[in-house]
Design a protein around this ligand. Structure first.
Ligand code: HMG
Length: 421
């Protein structure tokens, strides 16, 4: 069923739930309606010393056109304006043709670090001649992945200072594969010690997932930067400059990338994935070439009168395993996305990162970030100083007119309102 998203942001959560109900099964609709949390018993199985559960807003950024398919993206974030920015960007990008993505590969990498080797060169030759045996030993340690079409794919070595590092790449199919990798690596470590007469310092997967790269690209027509063609052209040039700045200054690169991860983390969290792994992968990838750089690039295509954005990231995301099957809200998130495969989900997440980056840059080079961000932050400020929902609704337009939209002003406005009663 086609959903009319007009005015979606102005609706109440209950009205929004009704509008999107066709995307969910009855069971998941009830879950949303009753705002059911993760059961304490389940939570107690997921982590240790559990006292309770912890809630965050669960939102939707609708209508992302990615590889000619529409996705309504679940996002979990505590930060105002992130979901608004993603939704805004998705709308403009859809009208300009949507996102296209490329999955370069999808393998996880792990390593066994060997040391105390007499001759690293000879050890490398020995490992190379035992490659097939090592791969089949790795597969024997986790046979179920072979049935699913995955398994250990390659082994190679690199000398780094006193270490000879043995890398193993594995096709983990729909899983993120941390446990799978670690089991395989721990299984081959003793063999590596035996055949090289060296010692294994550790055997562990790497979050620098350079064999799980995904690229998202999109173009945005200049008319969406400004209705005034001259101003739009200036903004397009500034967009290009803004990404160049993130290439040459690490202070800016860190914030540029934080903006990208505003969107990425929100989807990673909603879909029950390990956001620390995704952050580690992204930030280590940003240091390629020795300098920490902005992960995205925007180019002003003067011929087509468009800005063209591109973001490449490691995205070792999963749709199975971990806590994905345990948390009902996570299952709901997968349902909203129409149960995508891991590759499809990776494409969605990198596209959201690019959308988020577009919205942030558009704001930064235009009116400035505070305008839009504070508009949405203002309500949180009012609630923070103790305003009721009703009071916050009355005070919001007043606070937005103030020069200093801070907690102090919010407090003053609330006192004034209550004194008027
Ligand atoms: P606007 O043009 O003032 O908003 O932008 P608008 O009221 O004209 O609405 C335009 C559209 O935005 C709406 O269309 C929605 O799609 C969306 P409509 O539905 O009305 O047809 N929108 C909303 N969606 C949901 N709830 C809302 C809402 N309001 C608008 N309440 C906007 C406002 C916030 C979108 C814009 O100013 C923006 O994108 N700003 C960037 C905000 C941002 O990036 N926030 C992240 C926090 S700041 C940060 O951490 C990152 C940063 O440091 C990264 C970096 O430096 O690169 C900036």
């Amino acid at each position: 069923m086609k959903i009319n998203w007009t005015g979606f942001s102005k609706k109440t959560p209950l009205e929004r739930q009704k509008l999107i109900s066709s995307l969910l099964t009855e069971e998941k609709q009830t879950l949303l309606r009753d705002n059911k949390q993760l059961a304490l018993k389940t939570a107690d199985q997921m982590a240790e010393h559990v006292l309770g559960t912890f809630s965050l807003p669960f939102s939707i950024a609708p209508d992302f056109l990615i590889d000619n398919k529409i996705y309504h993206v679940p996002m979990v974030t505590e930060e105002p304006s992130v979901v608004a920015a993603a939704s805004f960007a998705a709308k403009l990008i859809k009208r300009s043709g949507g996102f296209t993505t490329t999955i370069h590969n999808r393998l996880m990498i792990g390593q066994v670090a060997l040391y105390d080797l007499k001759d690293k060169k000879i050890a490398e030759q020995i490992i190379s001649s035992h490659k097939e045996q090592l791969l089949s030993h790795a597969n024997e340690a986790h046979p179920s992945i072979l049935k699913r079409g995955g398994g250990a794919r390659n082994i190679w070595t690199e000398e780094k200072e006193e270490f000879l590092i043995v890398y193993l790449s594995v096709d983990t199919q729909e899983a993120m594969g941390a446990n799978m990798l670690n089991t395989m690596l721990e299984a081959i470590a003793p063999i590596l010690e035996e055949i090289t007469a060296g010692k294994s310092l550790m055997a562990i997967l790497s979050n620098y997932a350079t064999e799980s790269l995904v690229t998202a690209e999109c173009s945005v027509d200049l008319r969406f930067l400004s209705r005034n063609i001259e101003e739009a052209q200036q903004l397009a040039q500034k967009m290009e400059l803004a990404t160049h700045l993130a290439q040459v200054d690490t202070y800016r690169a860190a914030t540029h990338n934080k903006g990208i991860f505003n969107g990425i983390d929100a989807v990673v969290l909603a879909t029950g994935n390990d956001w620390r792994a995704i952050e580690a992968a992204g930030h280590s990838y940003a240091t390629q070439g020795g300098l920490y750089r902005g992960l995205s690039n925007w180019f002003y295509d003067r011929k087509k009168q468009q800005v063209h954005g591109k973001l490449t990231l490691p995205m070792p995301i999963a749709t199975k395993g971990g806590s994905i099957g345990l948390n009902p809200t996570v299952q709901l998130a997968h349902e909203l996305l129409n149960s995508p495969s891991a590759k499809e989900l990776a494409s969605v997440i990198v596209s959201v990162g690019l959308a988020q980056n577009f919205a942030a840059l558009k704001a930064l080079i235009g009116t400035g970030i505070q305008e839009g961000h504070m508009k949405l932050q203002a309500k949180s400020l009012l609630l923070l100083v103790g305003a009721t929902e009703k009071e916050a609704t009355i005070l919001l337009p007043r606070l937005l007119k103030e020069k200093h939209r801070n907690q102090e002003t919010a407090q003053e406005l609330l006192i004034d309102l209550r004194n008027q009663k």
